[in-house]
Each structure stands twice: as structure tokens, then as C-alpha cells.
Design a protein around this ligand. Structure first.
Ligand code: ZN
Length: 374
């Protein structure tokens, strides 16, 4: 069979249209030759032995602390002062990395001791796009860098106690804008954000997460695949700069009964849209409880030739926006994912506590991990 050796393609030639495309293609191929992060092999070995456990909802734990505006803003000390702004900060959970680092570390630690092998940094909204709501665009690198360090410290604390290896996943949220749809029903062609703006925002975030010591990068709660593609692009650029490639975890969100993401993709379509990045894991999180997520996870597990990861909410929210599923209820349903060979990593999203994670860890312990088809 004839094929072009793209790495050695003579880029001096080619027409104006083809040459830049080929050059971009070669650069993209070169990204896959960057050495893997040193802990990649260790996680992979563990994943072939057993189902690994991801943590639960940081937001649910933070809510239970009942923090006030001054706790968030950290006036009276703390490094938020370096990024001083007059915007109210209550509800800016990511900022607690700078203003209440001990509280954030203790939550990570609680999840680790409950059985989580992997914890997510508290950086879901740490992009200049999402932080613009709080006037803290300039704090973004610090949030991600210190967010990873705090999670790492909590994991090391837990490992000192029981000797188990633990990993930090740098969490990358979808931002509060969507690149492939218009927020204005009267102007369907309008976009509140561009691919390139997202790429820059995610690039800044991921550089901070990598520099802070993350072992993996988790692009999660993806409702718009175009946003995720910008995050993937930014991640690969950041890995190239750092000279090492971290395992990428990619997690979509099915938002309603039609079984599609907000941008209209089924799990199969979603997989094919992100497969080019050779993700370490692909899966689903949020929006649905385990029971409703199950058929979509089964579809994903059927098509993806990589590890899978599922972390549903603790059921659906009640009228007050709270989650009623008990740890046993959630764990029983997640155990069915494991029994049916759908998952390699499981955890919890909105409403899940350390007790949920402990129950999930116990419930899946006896099941072998899903076998990845080549
Ligand atoms: Zn969630």
C-alpha cells in the first residue's frame, strides 16, 4: 500500500492551500511522539488490574461548609489580594484554592480516604472566560497551578497513611459559553465565543494544571463538542511545550431524554469526534443519575477502543436543587455498570459525597475492569 511519510514530507513544495494543511498535520502527528508523562504507565497498569475510583462532587462538599462572602474573598489575608477585585466572590468555588486552601485540601483528602484513586482539582471554572464573571481573569494561572498542588498535597497525605498510589486529574470545565450554538434565538448565526478564544483560555488553564503537577487532564461536562475540541487542541499544545504528554480524560454530558449532548451528538458521534486525540479515557458525567446514564454509557463502551469512565450525579435534583440518592442507591446502580463490563473508572458527580464514593468503591471492588477492544 502506498502512503505518504508525512514526517518527512518535503514542505517546500505543495500549493498554497495544501502545504499549510500538511504542515499542521505533521505537527499534530509529532505531538504523539512526545514522551508520555512518567505516571502514565503506572495508571495504565492499575487500570488493567481493577476498576479505579474517581472522587465525588467538590461543590456539594463546599456547600456544606456554609461559607460567606468574606470567606470566599479572603479579605484579611490570603493570596486573593494579589488579584483584588470589587466583584462579589460568593459562589466562586475555584477561588477557595487561594483563599481557603486548607478546606479544599481537606475535601480532596476526605475523598482519597473514602477510596478515590484519582481526585479532580477544584478548577472546573478556572478559565479567563468563566472567571470574567468574578473579575478574576488574572488569577487563572495561579488557580490552576495551586489547585493542582493542593490536590497533590492531599493525595500525598493519604498515600503516607495507606501506601496506595493516587493521582491528580486537572479538571477542565466547559466554560459558560458555547462555540457551536447561538445563545440568541433571534440571531442563530451569532456566537458568544470563538474556537480560538476557547483555545487560549484552555491553554492558560492547562499550562497551570501541568506546571502544578497534575498526572492527567480531565476535560469534563462537555455539552458542546466544539468547546471540547478547543480544549483538546490546547492540551496538545501545552503538552508539546512541556515536553511530556499527560493522559487525556474526556467526559461528555447527555443533557436530556433524547440521549444527546446539548450540541446534538449521540455517544457514538461524540466518541468519533474526539477519538483523533487518542484519549486515555472517554465517558460520561453529570446531568443524569446512574440509572438514566446507563444506556448511554453502554453505547459509549460499545464503540470506544479506549478506557471508559462514568461518574453520574446522585440521581436527579429535587425541587430545591438537592440530590436525594443515598450512597447505597447510587452505588448499587454504578455496580451494574461494572457487572456488565462497561467501565474502567467510576466516581460521582453532583450530589455525591465521600460516603457515596466509599459505597461505590466497595460495590465495584469484586468486578473486573472492562476489557478494551483494540
Ligand atoms: Zn455534575
Amino acid at each position: 500500500m502506498f502512503f505518504i511519510d508525512i514526517m518527512n514530507f518535503p514542505f517546500g513544495g505543495g500549493c498554497d492551500t495544501c502545504a499549510p494543511r500538511l504542515r499542521q498535520g505533521a505537527q499534530a502527528m509529532q505531538l504523539f511522539t512526545i514522551p508520555r508523562h512518567p505516571r502514565h504507565a503506572q495508571i495504565e497498569t492499575l487500570l488493567r488490574e481493577r476498576i479505579l475510583i474517581l472522587d465525588g462532587a467538590m461543590g456539594t462538599q463546599i456547600q456544606s461548609l456554609g461559607l460567606a462572602e468574606e470567606d470566599y474573598a479572603g479579605h484579611g489575608g490570603g493570596c486573593a489580594c494579589a488579584h483584588h477585585t470589587d466583584h462579589p466572590q460568593k459562589g466562586n468555588n475555584d477561588l477557595l484554592i487561594l483563599t481557603q486552601p486548607k478546606a479544599v485540601e481537606d475535601i480532596h483528602f476526605a475523598f482519597a480516604m473514602a477510596g478515590a484513586d484519582i481526585v479532580e482539582t477544584n478548577t472546573f471554572s478556572s478559565t479567563f472566560i468563566a472567571q470574567a464573571d468574578y473579575g478574576l481573569e488574572k488569577a487563572v494561572f495561579d488557580l490552576n497551578y495551586k489547585g493542582a498542588q493542593i490536590a497533590r498535597a492531599a493525595m500525598d497525605r493519604a498515600t503516607e497513611i495507606d501506601g496506595k498510589p493516587r493521582f491528580v486529574a486537572g479538571a477542565v470545565g466547559p466554560t459558560n459559553r458555547t462555540a457551536s450554538m447561538s445563545p440568541d434565538v433571534n440571531d442563530p448565526g451569532y456566537r458568544a465565543v470563538s474556537f480560538d478564544e476557547l483555545r487560549r483560555a484552555y491553554g492558560e488553564q492547562i499550562r497551570g494544571l501541568v506546571a502544578g503537577g497534575s498526572d492527567l487532564i480531565l476535560i469534563e461536562t462537555i455539552f458542546d463538542t466544539l468547546n471540547a475540541k478547543a480544549a483538546i487542541f490546547a492540551a496538545l499544545e501545552a503538552f508539546a511545550e512541556a515536553g511530556q504528554r499527560l493522559p487525556l480524560m474526556i467526559s461528555g454530558t447527555i443533557t436530556d431524554a433524547s440521549g444527546r449532548t446539548l450540541s446534538g451528538q449521540t455517544p457514538t458521534a461524540f466518541w468519533h469526534s474526539v477519538a483523533h486525540s487518542r484519549p486515555f479515557t472517554v465517558g460520561l458525567n453529570c446531568a443524569l443519575g446512574a440509572a438514566a446514564m446507563r444506556p448511554h454509557m453502554a453505547e459509549m463502551a460499545g464503540v470506544a477502543n479506549t478506557f471508559t469512565c462514568a461518574y453520574p450525579n446522585a440521581g436527579l435534583p429535587n425541587a430545591f436543587g438537592q440530590y436525594d440518592e443515598t450512597p447505597d442507591q447510587t452505588a448499587t446502580q454504578v455496580a451494574e455498570f461494572a457487572r456488565d463490563g462497561l467501565v474502567n473508572i467510576v466516581g460521582g458527580c453532583c450530589g455525591t459525597t465521600p460516603d457515596h464514593i466509599a459505597a461505590i468503591a466497595e460495590a465495584v471492588a469484586s468486578f473486573p475492569p472492562r476489557v478494551v477492544q483494540a
